[in-house]
Design a protein around this ligand. Structure first.
Ligand code: F6P
Length: 384
């Protein structure tokens, strides 16, 4: 392939924040909420750009917890080199620390006492003369970021979650990696299911949104896909199993979202964490379905909970690309002084929305989505 002649590096215009935003000389970056593949790729995109333009960049450790506890460290080239493909986050994260409602002790009745520690966070930023923050996180992290924007910090948000459920953006990085992991797991599980003539239920993450289940279920040709958005009928799922056995099919593969629930029933809660702003942890529907199907059909049934394997490891190429684009767009917004905004993708185009827009809401799968129609058209049951 012919190489385009390279420009000497010193002639590349450095769109320094100082050019258009003279007040920003020091910038902090933070990852909040549950981790997700592609976080380091965003950190790299933002930090390399900042360093290349002569800005000072600081990493806040463990999400808002590090801001509350004043754990903020200067980032240098060596810290952000070689991290593009690394899973997790080099800064650490935390999903239990909302500065507006932070647990600070116990009330006399034993309940947890919460306080607004935002002023403490602001004083830590002031002490380092940090004027701007790039905050990478989910809806909870964005809600807190909006508060800092109100207090005068130049904040830009970058949405992340494997669940792909943030309102205002049609894709979040980490999702494609989670889908690839779940698809690969189902491909593997299918071979064992075939060998033993079994029903295999694979429980995937996603909270109240069925994006991971729908995409990985279609990609793995699951025979049944159960989403939180479409209540399932256990009798109908059992009928699929019986019909498949009668047709000589060796197995039935069921992809169940952790948030799926039977008609008229409730989601299965694995754990309640009162210290977390989002205290419900879903889990257990895979076992519930496998046990019920074995009982009603007589076909041996097993379940697998993929859990955090979907959040870990190396991001797929498309997530690395998306992370890089979103990180770069966040820097562009800061340059333009467009703060209090979250970068987003709408109709395939990079854009931005108000930081507060995703607060307390989730982007769910529409039961009329084209992919659901496509799944039904190839004979996949949605359990209804
Ligand atoms: O939001 C991402 C996610 O992985 C969900 O899919 C899942 O329900 C939840 O986080 C698990 O949270 P935790 O890591 O706190 O158990």
């Amino acid at each position: 392939m012919r190489k385009e002649p390279q420009e000497p590096s010193d002639s590349i215009p450095c769109m320094s924040l100082a050019t258009t935003c003279p007040t920003v000389r020091r910038l902090a970056i933070m990852t909040g909420g549950g981790d997700c593949p592609g976080l380091n790729a965003v950190i790299r995109a933002v930090a390399k750009d900042a360093l290349n333009c002569g800005l000072e960049i600081y990493g806040i450790e463990d999400g808002y917890l590090g801001l509350i506890e004043n754990r903020i460290r200067r980032l240098e080239e060596k810290d952000i080199s070689g991290i593009l493909a690394r899973g997790g986050t080099i800064l650490g994260s935390n999903n239990k620390s909302n500065p507006s409602e932070f647990p600070v002790g116990k009330n006399p009745d034993g309940s947890i006492r919460f306080a607004d520690v935002t002023p403490k966070c602001l004083s830590h930023l002031d002490a380092l003369r940090i004027q701007a923050m790039v905050v990478i996180g989910g809806d909870g992290t964005m809600t807190s970021a909006a508060r800092f924007a109100k207090e005068g910090v130049s904040v830009v948000g970058v949405p992340k979650t494997i669940d792909n459920d943030i309102v205002g953006t049609e894709i979040t990085f980490g999702f494609e990696t989670a889908v690839a992991t779940a698809t690969d797991a189902m491909d593997k599980v299918r071979t064992t299911a075939d060998s033993h003539h079994r029903v295999m239920v694979v429980e995937v993450m996603g909270r109240n949104a069925g994006w991971i289940a729908l995409h990985s279920g279609v990609a793995a040709a699951a025979d049944v896909i159960l989403l939180p958005e479409i209540e399932f009928d256990l009798d109908k799922v059992a009928q699929v199993v019986r019909q498949r056995s009668a047709r000589g099919k060796r197995s039935t593969l069921i992809c169940a979202s952790e948030g799926a629930r039977p008609a008229g029933g409730k989601q299965i809660v694995a754990k309640v964490d009162p210290t977390s702003p989002d205290p419900i942890r879903l889990g257990g529907v895979g076992k519930f379905i496998a046990d019920a199907l074995e009982k009603s059909t007589g076909v041996e049934s097993r379940y697998v909970v993929l859990g955090h394997t979907q959040r870990g490891g190396t991001p797929v190429a498309s997530d690395r690309v998306l992370s890089t684009l979103l990180g770069n767009h966040a820097m562009m917004l800061l340059r333009e002084g467009k703060v209090g905004r979250m970068v987003a993708v709408q109709r395939g185009t990079l854009t931005d929305i108000d930081l507060a827009e995703p607060a307390g809401r989730q982007r769910l799968v529409s039961p009329e989505a084209p992919l659901i129609q496509a799944a039904r058209a190839v004979g996949t049951s949605m359990g209804d």
